[in-house]
Design a binder for this molecule. Sequence first.
Ligand code: BTN
Length: 253
Amino acid sequence: MIPKIIASKLHHFHQIDSSNNHAIDKIRQNDIQEGEVFWTDFQTSGKGQKGNVWESEASQNLLLSIYLKPYFIKPDRQFILSQFVSVGIVEWLSSLNIESSIKWPNDILVGDQKLGGILIENILKGNLIEHSVIGIGMNVFQTTFSKLLHEKPVFSPINMQSFVSSPLQIDVLVRELCDVLNHYYYTLMHNPTIIQDKYISYLFRKGIWSNYEYRNQLIEAKIEGIDTQGKLMLSSIYGEKISCDLKEIIFLR
Ligand code: BTN
């Protein structure tokens, strides 16, 4: 029997500034336990990756943050947290018959449309990850999004309900997702290579020649894999090996 860590306590809010910020405030107040989940219907200052705003209409989408204390992961291997969460989301979606992929580092796509994203904020102490706040935003019902907030024309947003005929319920989805993530957190603790292998197998565009903007230059390259620090490894059509972080590369169509 797998111990229940994730969603040992599940807090629901109608409105909050950002579920990640709320968890970080609780950490500062020393008023939080591992596994607590903060789920909200609406965020007034939802945060996305790269300092972007995360847009979500009230009660239309799944918005939550999970608090973990992954002391067993060294800071230089923290990317594995992104991997376990993205793998869990892909497998949870698959249980709903939604076939998705992971656009490195942790966007969840169906085809080339974005279904959701992950924002992980870690607080390190010495050689430990003392606190980790894992924010997840999944589009469930929302159909119109502000164009300015998204990478265009590729990876436009899409919602889960468009792939499922029966009506989805956000509260049910939250509990199911937490159960799946609890399972994969246990796998991460005991058998991390399973997580790494699954992550690679779900990677969007792996081994496919595609166009990228790399350090402000257009290149054609294929994704080869991920290094231990979570950098994306590609090879260009000229045989050049590239290893890059999030700020250095843009996926193009
Ligand atoms: C991305 O840019 O793709 C990451 C989006 C992460 C959004 C979620 S919604 C719940 C949690 N709270 C936040 O403020 N952001 C994350």
